[in-house]
Design a protein around this ligand. Structure first.
Ligand code: BEZ
Length: 404
């Protein structure tokens, strides 16, 4: 039998937040919001299953900070209920994901689970969510199946499907004049699906993928593959790496002398939340993503400044996705007076939510995946600067989803 490791941690809101929150809740009831059919004063238990260690640790941390920023801005409450977090480090390990998710749902009695970053871990979480009916909001992992063949009423995503940011890049690379491309990625769901979607878009535009290179996740020994790219001399390279692996790949690519010779493209994870560590090695890299640092809209400006004040760091896509996960949950709870067990009303309100996100307008498809703009960005002066809108209100095809 698998033994659970003692990795969960319960965090209640601070007293200051709690007092503010109580006042806000009382005001809400006075305004006539529905009264929760739940024990008086019972906190809303939010399970946060994220990587807090390993190559995706920073991504998990930023998602958590984005989520808690939203909750703090609502005086520590969602839907009129004090929020209590149960944190669990999933270590980006699919092999322990089912036990970890079961633990949050069955032992810790989480009212809702937020998670995770890694597509393989998310697949296990999705299966438990389908079996138990627990509300699940995915704040990053792009596994196409979650809003494809495994879609369900209780499963939502505030990030992207792996297809979404990768497919538009095919046309971008072709429009930039490149015809022969090498792809490179970690060999697991996210990388394989993003490379697949890029290839679909690139071939439809008339391009050819001359080699598809892979390395096991989370290995960062890239030297042999970079040497192969130098030998093949393609017009360009398309890459998926993220977090610590993206820092290593981009710096190794430049150190091997390929920067400026063979243009590097990718989904935005290659340069999001990584630019400080990548330095000049990242300059000029073009990526597609549902966010750009300099989006000139009020929701982005106020988000970035609040995030900077809270954490002392520049916000990124992971923080945005966490922030929007809290906004989506609140949209549902507002319709049920904070009752997460009133599932039909909760999911109905979440499905119909329209969020004024830092990324731009955000709504949800019938499969519960974001409908959102995909932006072409280029690294300039240490920022992912907006170049153009590569796709407006892009919808995942939701292949195999019975709700779509
Ligand atoms: C994924 O595994 O789905 C993923 C991880 C990091 C960034 C983007 C996608």
């Amino acid at each position: 039998m698998t033994k659970f490791k003692p990795t969960t941690q319960t965090i209640a809101m601070t007293r200051r937040n709690f007092l503010g929150a109580t006042a806000a809740g009382a005001a809400g009831l006075a305004l006539g919001f529905p009264k929760p059919a739940i024990a008086q004063g019972a906190p809303l238990k939010v399970g946060l299953m994220l990587p807090f260690s390993g190559t995706y640790a920073k991504l998990g941390q930023f998602i958590e900070n984005g989520f808690s920023l939203y909750v703090e801005q609502k005086s520590g409450m969602l839907g009129g209920r004090k929020v209590e977090f149960i944190r669990l480090d999933d270590e980006s390990k699919p092999e322990t994901a089912t036990d970890n998710m079961n633990r949050l749902v069955s032992r810790d009695k989480a009212d809702v689970v937020i998670g995770t970053v890694h597509s393989g871990v998310a697949m296990a979480m999705v299966k438990v969510a389908r079996d138990t009916g627990v509300p699940l909001i995915i704040p990053n992992a792009g596994a196409d199946e979650a809003t494809g063949p495994l879609c369900a009423q209780n499963i939502f995503r505030t990030s992207f499907s792996n297809w979404q940011p990768a497919h538009p890049m095919g046309k971008v690379v072709h429009d930039d004049g490149h015809r022969n491309v090498v792809t490179i990625t970690w060999r697991y769901t996210a990388g394989q699906q993003m490379v697949g979607a890029f290839t679909e878009g690139f071939e439809a535009a008339g391009g050819t993928v001359v080699d598809a290179l892979t390395v096991p996740f989370p290995e960062v020994e890239f030297q042999a593959l970079i040497t192969r790219i130098a030998t093949l001399k393609p017009d360009a390279v398309f890459a998926f790496f993220a977090g610590g692996g993206a820092v290593k790949f981009v710096t190794d690519y430049a150190a091997a002398g390929l920067k400026g010779k063979i243009p590097l493209y990718g989904t935005g994870f290659l340069t999001d939340g990584t630019l400080k560590a990548q330095g000049d090695a990242a300059t000029g890299i073009r990526t597609t993503l549902h966010y750009a640092d300099d989006l000139d809209i009020p929701a982005n400006k106020s988000f970035l400044s609040a995030f900077q004040v809270k954490t002392g760091e520049a916000g990124d896509i992971y923080a945005v996705q966490g922030f929007d996960a809290a906004a989506l949950l609140e949209a549902g709870l507002a319709a049920t007076g904070g009752d997460a067990s009133a599932r039909e009303a909760l999911f109905g309100a979440m499905a119909g939510a329209r969020i004024d996100s830092p990324r731009g307008p955000l709504s949800f498809s019938a499969a519960h995946n974001p409908i959102q703009n995909i932006y072409l960005r280029e690294v300039r002066d240490g920022r992912n600067a907006l170049v153009s809108v590569a796709g407006e209100a892009v919808q995942d095809p939701a292949r195999g989803c019975r709700m779509a």
